[in-house]
Unconditional design. Sequence first.
Length: 336
Amino acid sequence: MHTKTRADTEVIPTILQRAKRTADQLISGSTQQTAQVDSFSLFLQLALHLPKFEIEALDGAVIRSEAERLLHRLVTARSGTAHQIPRLTNRRNLATSLFSPISSDVARSITERYHYLMSFRTDSIHFGLTFEQNKWPSVLVSLSSFDLDNVADETVEWTKEVLVVSRVYAFPGVPKNSISFTLAKLRKWLLANRPEIKALLTYCNTNLGFTGASYEADNWRLLGYESCTRYTYLNGNYVTDRRIAELFGKAPDELPRTIGNCVISSSVWPLEPLRIFVRSLGRTVDLGDDEPQLFGRWKARAQLGANAQPLQSRQASILSGSPSQERKRWGAGPEL
């Protein structure tokens, strides 16, 4: 990893623009086999994976080759799921949608195949906004235990009173404002069913083109920035630090480069800090200074802590089934 220079500031956006054009070209010429992959999904994968290459080595041929590899990976991951995907239609109306908890099996299927991280969080509870019965939800939100000791301070009992919005995914074609609508339903559900939760926290990665504008429009506050952004790759594919800790018991920077047949590497681009947003649930709660703070990088650990167990136990009680069945199992009261 090297310090960001003015040249990097000028070159990296150009590389990402070329990556976007490459993704658009590959998808526009796609076949029936690649129909479940949209150009934005492919671009996000490129934006995650290109930072493993030295900037000077990235030309059109390298970008194209990596794009083709990632497209094949996405096609393989998403094969056999077409019948579960919500249909795209202009007749969808948020007023007719159903918000409810969903099973971990459904959440895993979506996050490991369609979310750009392609990673499932086990210490989580999951919710969906559904328009069609017998289909996956059109919008998915996962809430995870708070274990971000780089962010926590003494102003609030973070592990007991704060949950992390760890995954948000919306299938293409959802009505406008579907994500903010879903987040509003989620807060209403928490107020009714988890009154001890006072706030939600989430990350935004501007290196991928996300700005956090949707969170700001939903009255989330910029809590600060997590410095020293770095991506990790396992045999050339992006993987979260949390997953590395689950697999090998240590954070990536504590492990050797090679473990058996596994090669662990890191990004070499100078990446922007991650933005951290926080949203109060309406109760009086002190979440630190109003001015955004600079936090150190979170360090993954093998053990997520005892506070994850209640979420895991509760999630484990949800069985596969329709949203209405899952709602009854959770005892969540009326539909939201």
